[in-house]
Ligand binder design. Structure first.
Ligand SMILES: Nc1ncnc2c1ncn2[C@@H]1O[C@H](COP(=O)(O)OP(=O)(O)OP(=O)(O)O)[C@@H](O)[C@H]1O
Ligand SMILES: [Mg+2]
Length: 360
C-alpha cells in the first residue's frame, strides 16, 4: 500500500516535469525491505544526473505532506539506460551514435543554432554523451557559439570532432580558412558535404547527436530526411505569425518524410524586464502553443528574449555553461529532458506497435 503511494508520488513528479500523460511502470520500482524501509529504483531511458536531486526533493516533500504513510528510510537508486532508436532500413547507420535529433525551423534567425548548442550542453550536464553537427553549410554558427577556434585533426580520411564544454562537434566552419569566406555550393555539393561531415567524422560513443539545421526546406533538409538516420526532429519558432507560417512548412516536410516530430520550442517568447520586473509577450502570446495544438505536437517549452543568451553565445560560452544555475538554464534543461523523454517513449511505442497480438 505504502509502496504504491511512493510510486504514485514519483510518477506524479515525473509527469509534471516531462509533461507526458503517463509514466511506464518499468521506470519506477519500489520495494519494502523491512517495515517502513523502502528501496526505490528508477530506471529511466534518458540522462538525469543534474535533475535527479530536485526530483528526489519534490517526492520527499510530497511524501512528508502525506500523513497516511509512514516511512523510516528511503534508499534511492537512479539508473539511466539510453537506447538507440530504430531508424529506416535504407539509410546508412552510424554505429557509434545512438540517436540523431534534428533541430530545425522554416524561417531563419529564430534561434535554432543557439537552442541546439544550449540543449546539447544541457544534456551533457545530465550525464549524456552529446555531439553537435552543424548542418549549416552556407553559414556555420557552431564554431562561434561553442568558442572553437582550432581545426579538427585528420586521421586517415576521417576527421576527429572538436571537444568543447564536454560536447563533440563538427562544422564546415572548422574547415574553412575564415568564417568570412563566402561558400558557394551547388545543391548536390551541399548534400555531399553534409553526409561527409556526418559519416567521415570519428564521433566517439554518442548518446545524442544534435543537428543544427540551416533555415528552410531545401537540399539539406531533403538529404537529411533521405540519407541520414534521424530519430526525431524539434522545431524552433518565434511567436510571430509569419514565423509560424514558415514553421508550418517545416512541420509538413518532416511529416511527409516520416521523421517523428518531438515537439516545438518557442524562442524569444517573452521579455522580462530586469529593471521593472514586467514580463511582456512582445510578439504576441502563445504562438507556439497554438501551432503545437494545430499540428498535434507537444510544446516543449518557452525561452525568453534575453540579452544574456545573446551575450553568452557571442562570447563562445553558451548560457547553460556560463550560468549553469540560472532560471534560463533551467528552461533549457526542462526542454532537453522533455525532448529526450519523448524520444525514449517513441522507442517503447515502436516496440508495442510490432508486438504480437494473441487472440485467446
Ligand atoms: N532567446 C534569445 N534571446 C536573445 N537573443 C537570442 C535568443 N536566441 C537567439 N538569439 C540571438 O539571435 C540571433 C540568431 O540566433 P541563431 O543564430 O541561433 O538563429 P538561427 O535560427 O540559427 O539562424 P539561421 O537561420 O541564420 O541559422 C543570434 O544573435 C543569437 O545570439
Ligand atoms: Mg543557425
Amino acid at each position: 500500500m505504502s509502496a504504491a503511494i511512493i510510486i504514485d508520488s514519483i510518477k506524479h513528479v515525473l509527469i509534471e516535469a516531462l509533461a507526458i500523460p503517463a509514466i511506464p511502470d518499468n521506470w519506477v520500482q519500489v520495494v519494502e525491505n523491512k517495515e517502513n524501509n523502502y528501496s526505490i529504483r528508477l530506471k529511466l531511458p534518458f540522462p538525469h544526473d543534474k535533475i535527479q536531486s530536485l526530483w528526489q526533493q519534490q517526492v520527499m516533500q510530497a511524501l512528508t505532506e502525506n500523513n497516511t504513510i509512514h516511512i523510516h528510510s528511503l534508499q534511492w537508486q537512479w539508473e539511466s539506460t539510453i537506447v538507440a532508436l530504430e531508424t529506416p532500413a535504407n539509410v546508412k547507420t552510424l554505429p557509434q551514435v545512438k540517436n540523431i535529433i534534428a533541430i530545425a525551423s522554416g524561417k531563419g534567425g529564430v534561434g535554432k543554432s543557439t537552442v541546439t548548442t544550449n540543449l546539447a550542453l544541457a544534456l551533457a550536464a545530465e550525464g549524456a554523451r552529446v555531439g553537435i553537427l552543424d548542418a549549416d553549410i552556407y553559414g556555420p554558427n557552431q564554431p562561434n557559439l561553442l568558442g572553437v577556434t582550432e581545426k579538427p585533426q585528420v586521421q586517415g580520411k576521417a576527421l576527429i570532432p572538436l571537444l568543447k564544454h564536454g560536447v563533440q562537434s563538427m562544422s564546415i566552419g572548422y574547415l574553412l580558412d575564415s568564417a568570412e569566406t563566402p561558400v558557394i555550393w551547388r545543391g548536390p555539393m551541399v548534400s555531399g558535404a553534409l553526409q561527409q561531415l556526418l559519416y567521415d567524422t570519428l564521433w566517439h560513443e554518442l548518446d545524442y547527436l544534435l543537428i543544427d539545421m540551416p533555415p528552410g526546406t531545401g537540399d539539406i533538409q531533403l538529404t537529411l530526411s533521405q540519407k541520414i538516420p534521424v530519430s526525431g526532429a524539434v522545431i524552433v519558432t518565434t511567436p510571430q505569425d509569419l514565423a509560424l507560417l514558415d514553421v508550418q512548412k517545416a512541420v509538413n516536410m518532416f511529416k511527409k518524410v516520416a521523421i517523428p516530430l518531438l515537439g516545438v520550442v518557442e524562442n524569444m517568447a517573452y521579455y522580462h524586464c530586469p529593471q521593472c520586473q514586467h514580463t511582456d509577450a512582445i510578439f504576441g502570446e502563445a504562438g507556439g502553443k497554438r501551432m503545437a495544438e494545430n499540428f498535434d505536437l507537444d510544446l516543449l517549452g518557452l525561452l525568453p528574449l534575453n540579452t544574456e543568451i545573446r551575450r553568452a553565445s557571442d562570447a563562445g560560452i553558451p548560457l547553460v555553461v556560463s550560468a549553469p544555475e540560472s532560471a534560463i538554464t533551467q528552461n533549457y534543461q526542462q526542454i532537453a529532458l522533455k525532448m529526450v523523454a519523448r524520444l525514449a517513449l517513441r522507442a517503447t511505442q515502436v516496440k508495442r506497435r510490432f508486438a504480437k497480438i494473441v487472440v485467446e
